[in-house]
Write a protein that binds this ligand. Structure first.
Ligand SMILES: [Zn+2]
Ligand SMILES: [Zn+2]
Length: 353
């Protein structure tokens, strides 16, 4: 039996152009949450998949993995949500449930994780994301949006926000001021600055040019700004940072950034570069430094960042647009012409168009 009919906006081919597409959701299982989509964040990963630039894309593809919705129906065994609740779904909607990662509540590292879109669900059907009038998701992969948070504000936290929060959590300490570096000031980077500041860190934004200095210092509240092409500035900052959150999703030389780390410092990669990155082993050995990676965050951490955001009264910088602007918004995103994230007002859009 089939579930309800919905309208999504889908890419049909490698052009990535989005247009209306009608399909049916699966029938509501005992542990499923059915919700009307209110808002959905827009991410570079959406665009790459729409254009078949990473994992092979199954068309039609409905993107969207920063989804905020309102519960309209619940399976018989769902106890933690009620109809009318505002909820969120991030990058994954399923995992095996049995491996080490799943048992340790870090299901984002399960080898059988199911992505929110362009994945295959347990019933063999393709998963479709949040650029859609409604979705059905197993309760384990649904988080509650705190009442204090505006739903459109919550959207970017579900992927970009938790991507920054999960690795920064280890530095959330009160016994000393942590010296933080945030490399790259895009969707993840700007949230990283806000999170690190809220954790009490001394935050240096590292950027390739001077263009974002005012933005970083005055609007986001960073403590310092470092231009990576300015060798005198870089030289002065050697051995000054406890960690660098590296959000750059492109090939970049690691050597000069590693030199900024103090002894025992960590470079944390969260942006996937399309080709190998290079470093010299002595740059790590002579300072007991670490290069590590981190992938989004767990469902538990997604709930945590939402509570953290509400409790600290933080505001992300977003531009809310309607669905018929989505193609244009992706064009602008490619030119970095957005401060810092587009959020689609799905419920307020004419989905049929
Ligand atoms: Zn697993
Ligand atoms: Zn994402």
């Amino acid at each position: 039996m089939e579930g309800r009919k919905v309208i999504g906006w889908a890419a049909r081919d490698q052009s990535g152009h989005l247009s209306p597409y009608s399909f049916t959701l699966r029938e509501t299982g005992p542990e499923d949450v059915v919700f009307k989509v209110l808002y959905c964040g827009m991410d570079h990963t959406d665009l790459h998949q729409m254009r078949n630039e990473i994992h092979s894309t199954n068309y039609p593809l409905v993107p969207g993995h920063e989804v905020v919705g309102e519960v309209v129906e619940l399976g018989s065994e769902v106890k933690k949500f009620r109809v009318g609740d505002i909820i969120g779904v991030g990058c994954i909607v399923g995992s095996c449930g049995e491996c080490f990662s799943c048992k340790s509540n870090i299901e984002q590292y399960c080898n059988n994780r199911i992505f929110t879109f362009n994945g295959t669900y347990k019933d063999g059907r393709p998963t479709q994301g949040g650029f859609s009038s409604a979705m059905v998701v197993h309760q384990k992969f649904v988080v509650g949006i705190p009442e204090k948070l505006a739903p459109e504000q919550a959207a970017p936290l579900l992927c970009a926000g938790v991507t920054a929060y999960s690795p920064l959590k280890q530095f959330n300490r009160t016994d000393k001021v942590v010296k933080a570096g945030i490399l790259g000031l895009g969707g993840v980077g700007h949230l990283g600055v806000l999170i690190a500041k809220a954790m009490g860190h001394h935050v240096t934004v590292i950027s390739s040019s001077d263009k974002k200095r005012v933005e970083a210092l005055e609007h986001l509240g960073a403590d310092a700004f470092l231009v990576s092409s300015n060798s005198a500035e870089m030289e002065q900052a050697v051995n000054s940072l406890d960690y660098i959150l590296d959000t750059v999703p492109a090939v970049h030389p690691l050597q000069s950034y590693l030199s900024l780390l103090n002894v025992d410092g960590k470079l944390i990669l969260v942006g996937e570069a399309p080709n190998p990155l290079h470093f010299d082993s002595v740059d790590l050995i002579l300072g007991k430094k670490t290069i590590s990676g981190s992938f989004i965050g767990s469902i538990e951490e997604t709930q945590e960042i939402l509570e953290f955001w509400a409790e600290k009264g933080l505001t992300s910088m977003i531009e809310v647009v309607k669905m018929d602007y989505a193609n244009k918004a992706f064009e602008r995103m490619e030119r970095n012409d957005v401060r810092y994230r587009f959020v689609l007002d799905v419920a307020g859009s004419n989905m049929e168009y």
